[in-house]
Design a protein around this ligand. Structure first.
Ligand code: KG4
Ligand code: ZN
Length: 327
């Protein structure tokens, strides 16, 4: 079964073709350079840029795979959450292709996409497992009970982990998006400063990252000339420590022995290293998507669509963009 999926929920236009869960082509065109100078994504610009490039990416994916559009069995697109104008571009193109070729259409929840990115590396991964979903907009510990049933175990009370990386990066005068910039800077420094790890009471699986950002701000004001690399390493350490400790405690408490990581922050090397260390200590297996499939891409959307397609769960053509779609 060949699925062509389009992802356009934020500032990446992506097209992928996946056959029975195997990625044949995955193209991502990032708008980061355009939004960089504004310090964040400008929705109006994002949707225009999606529109400019999406058909070219579809054609490129067809060329790369030597397939014709007639050979595609199902068309899929992210239906939410995300920026409404951006979502509408991918949705309209996928629905248009489905109508013109008389094929089913599947609308995909972007968050399930991030979770199912793990199936690209581990097709054998089965529920129940714990998910740490850490992206620019989400920080959640989830219990995945069935393929489409999720229970919230813990979540951030303020900023998402990716948002914390982005905001702290800005305070440090580093670039956007902040995660990879902080990771790079941290390699040249040491985590010698202790920043807060809030909500540490036993059994509390919620996160809070806004205090960390404020704490870094005051620290920089009090210590002008401090090494950016050391502060980056220390902030990264605080974020990763909170994420890993709480996720493993939650898994242990729920007696679940598998943890899958999902979302842009799951690309972080320190997070992976710490999770692997803790996994071997606690007898828990950890799963990570390929690094380039942690951040937004269409292969994860196609793989999530495949889970629905196997169950013949097609979406009506009246499917609309849902900016605040939850899991
Ligand atoms: O999943 P994603 O691409 O988009 C959303 O759906 O939000 O996640 C983007 C977030 C950004 O906040 C970015 O700073 C963070 O993921 N990120 C990272 C890394 N790569 C991306 N954070 C830490 N380390 C990284 N290597
Ligand atoms: Zn995402």
């Amino acid at each position: 079964m060949k699925i062509l999926a389009i992802e356009s929920s934020c500032d990446e236009t992506a097209v992928a073709i996946v056959e029975d869960g195997h990625v044949l082509s995955s193209l991502v065109s990032s708008q980061i350079d355009i939004h960089k100078k504004y310090g964040g994504v400008v929705p109006e610009i994002a949707s225009r840029k999606h529109l400019e490039i999406v058909d070219r990416l579809v054609l490129q994916a067809m060329e790369e795979t030597d397939l014709t559009l007639e050979e595609i069995d199902i068309f899929a697109a992210t239906m939410g959450p995300g920026l409404v104008g951006s979502l509408l571009i991918g949705l309209s193109v996928a629905k248009g292709l489905a109508i013109s070729l008389n094929r089913p259409f599947i609308g995909v929840n972007h968050l399930y996409g991030h979770v199912y990115a793990n199936l690209i590396s581990y097709p054998e991964l089965r529920q129940p497992f714990i998910v740490l979903l850490v992206s620019g907009g989400h920080t959640e510990i989830l219990l995945m009970e069935e393929w489409n049933t999720v229970e919230m175990v813990g979540k951030t009370r303020d900023d998402a982990a990716g948002e914390a990386f982005d905001k702290i990066s800005r305070l440090l005068g580093l670039g956007y998006p902040g995660g990879p910039e902080i990771e790079k800077a941290a390699r040249g420094g040491s985590p010698i400063y202790s920043f807060p790890r809030p909500l540490q009471e036993k059994g509390n699986y919620d996160f809070s990252f806004s205090g960390l950002k404020t704490s870094v701000l005051y620290f920089l004001q009090r210590n002008p000339g401090v090494s950016v690399e050391d502060v980056a390493a220390s902030a990264q350490e605080a974020i990763v420590d909170s994420l890993v400790t709480k996720t493993f405690d939650a898994a242990q408490n729920l007696a679940v022995d598998k943890i899958a990581f999902a979302g842009g922050v799951a690309a972080n090397f320190l997070l992976r290293e710490r999770a692997i260390e803790m996994a071997s200590k606690r007898g828990i297996r950890v799963f990570f998507p390929p690094i380039d499939m942690c951040t937004d891409n269409a292969a994860m959307i196609a793989v999530a669509a495949y889970e629905k397609a196997k169950r013949r769960l097609y979406s009506p053509l009246s499917t609309n963009a849902v900016p605040y779609l939850s899991l």
